[in-house]
Design a binder for this molecule. Structure first.
Ligand SMILES: [Zn+2]
Length: 400
C-alpha cells in the first residue's frame, strides 16, 4: 500500500490519501484545514490497561522472571524505584487518590499516555470520585467494574467479583487480571473464573499468559475480550499470551502498556516492541486493537473512525511509507497535533496560535522537534515531584 506524501486519513480498514482535513474544535466547525505534507492522521490511540499511579521509572523487578505476578507484587515493595515513588506518594491505598499525591502521580501517568498518542486510558484500580477523573488531561475511563485477580481478590478495594460484574453487566466493561504467570495456581484462575460465571461478553481479562487453546476457544464462545500487554509480560514473566492462536481463534484482543513499573515506557514503545517481536502480525491489525476494538470493549460509544469534520485526531510525522508501519516508529515529539472531542491536548506550538487557545489552560514545552503546547502543566508537576525528592527526577515518557 502506497500513499502520497500528503495528509493521509485512514481507518483500520480503508487507507486513502487526502489533501485536506477539517477539524472540529471546542464544538465549533473550524475553518482550520490541515494540508501538511509528510503527515499522517490517525484516530487517537486507546491504552486498555495501565495503573496510572504506577508510572514511576525505572522498572521495579529485581528477581525476574517471576513464576507469577503476585510474587512480583510483593518483591516490588522492596525495590528502590517503588520506595522512591512513595517519597512523593505516601501510598495510603487506593480508596480515594484525590486525598494525597496519588492524584498527581496519576496525572503524571495520564501524561505518559497523552505523549504517546493515547487520548483514552483504562486505569485499573478501584473506581475513584469524579474529581479524580475530571482532573485528568485525557479521558480516564470512569465507568467499569473491576477485580484485581482470582488469586488475590479485590485486595485494593471494590466489591466482590460477582457484585462488580452484576453492576457493570450490559453497560460497562468488567475488568480483571487473569493468568499472569506460569504456575499451577495461575493456570487454575480461568477454571475458577468460569465456575463463578465471570467470563461474559463485557469481561476484559488482562494478560491471559497461562491460557491454553481450549480456554481461548471458550473466551471466544463467551465473546469476552483479552487485553494483551506483551512488553510487561515478557519483562516480568518471560512469556506472553499465545497471541497467534488467540488471533486464529478469533478472540477480541486489545492492548495495554501496564504501568512503567513493569511495562513499556509508553504506547509507542509497546507498538515498537510488538513490531520487533511479532513481525508476522500486520500492523493494521495492531492499530485496530488500539483503536476500534478497544473503543468497543471499553464501551466508549464512539465511532472510532476519522470523519470529514473530525473532533478526534492524532496527527503525526510520516517516517514510513506504510501508515500502519509508521506507528512503530513514533516518538512523543513526532506528534504534530492531538485533539479529542474537539479539545486540543498536545501539538506543535504553531497550532496554539492558529487555533487561538487560552494560555491559562495550556503550557509550552520544549522537545527535540521544537516547542509544543500541552494541556495543563506537566513541567510544573515534574518540578513538584523534584521538590519532594530534593533532586531532578527524569521520566522517560516526558518529551522535555
Ligand atoms: Zn495490571
Amino acid at each position: 500500500m502506497k500513499i502520497t506524501p500528503t495528509l493521509a486519513v485512514f481507518d483500520s480498514y480503508n487507507v486513502h490519501s487526502r489533501t485536506e482535513l477539517s477539524l472540529q474544535i471546542n464544538g465549533f466547525k473550524s475553518e482550520l484545514k490541515l494540508s501538511e505534507s509528510n503527515t499522517i492522521a490517525y484516530m487517537p490511540l486507546i491504552n486498555s490497561h495501565d495503573h496510572l499511579v504506577g508510572n514511576w521509572y525505572p522498572r521495579a523487578a529485581d528477581h525476574r522472571p517471576y513464576l507469577n505476578s503476585h510474587i512480583w507484587v510483593e518483591d516490588m515493595k522492596d525495590a528502590a524505584p517503588y520506595k522512591e515513588r512513595d517519597i512523593f506518594w505516601l501510598n495510603k491505598g487506593f480508596h480515594d487518590l484525590t486525598l494525597d499525591n496519588g492524584f498527581k502521580m496519576a496525572q503524571m501517568g495520564a501524561y505518559k499516555n497523552l505523549f504517546s498518542g493515547c487520548a483514552v486510558v483504562q486505569d485499573h484500580i478501584p473506581t475513584q470520585s469524579n474529581k479524580y477523573y475530571d482532573g485528568m488531561p485525557i479521558e480516564v475511563i470512569r465507568h467499569y467494574g473491576q477485580y484485581h485477580s482470582m488469586t488475590l481478590g479485590n485486595w485494593w478495594g471494590g466489591m466482590s467479583a460477582e457484585e462488580e460484574l452484576q453492576q457493570s453487566s450490559g453497560r460497562y466493561p468488567f475488568i480483571m487480571h487473569l493468568g499472569e504467570g506460569l504456575d499451577e495456581n495461575t493456570r487454575d484462575e480461568f477454571r475458577q473464573a468460569m465456575e463463578r460465571g465471570l467470563i461474559r461478553e463485557n469481561t476484559i481479562l488482562i494478560h491471559g499468559i497461562s491460557l491454553v487453546k481450549h480456554e481461548l476457544d471458550e473466551i471466544v464462545q463467551h465473546d469476552a475480550t483479552i487485553c494483551w500487554c506483551p512488553f510487561s509480560n515478557d519483562f516480568l514473566i518471560g512469556k506472553s499470551m499465545d497471541i497467534d492462536y488467540a488471533i486464529k481463534a478469533g478472540v477480541n484482543i486489545i492492548i495495554g502498556t501496564d504501568s512503567s513499573m513493569s511495562g513499556s515506557i509508553n504506547m509507542f514503545e509497546e507498538l515498537a516492541f510488538i513490531r520487533t517481536h511479532y513481525p508476522h502480525i500486520p500492523m493494521n491489525r495492531i492499530y485496530d486493537m488500539v483503536t476500534v476494538k478497544a473503543a468497543q470493549a471499553l464501551h466508549l460509544n464512539i465511532d472510532w473512525r476519522l470523519s470529514e469534520q473530525t473532533p478526534h485526531i492524532l496527527l503525526t510525522d510520516m517516517s514510513a511509507d506504510d501508515p500502519f508501519e509508521n506507528l512503530a516508529l513514533l516518538k512523543p515529539e513526532n506528534i504534530k497535533l492531538m485533539i479529542y472531542h474537539g479539545k486540543p491536548l498536545y501539538g506543535d506550538a504553531k497550532f496554539f496560535e492558529i487555533i487561538g487557545l487560552s494560555k491559562s489552560n495550556y503550557s509550552i514545552v520544549s522537545t527535540k522537534a521544537g516547542e509544543k503546547f500541552v494541556i495543563g502543566n506537566p513541567l510544573a508537576l515534574n518540578h513538584e515531584i523534584d521538590s519532594y525528592l530534593g533532586y531532578h527526577k527524569d521520566f522517560p515518557y516526558l518529551p522535555f
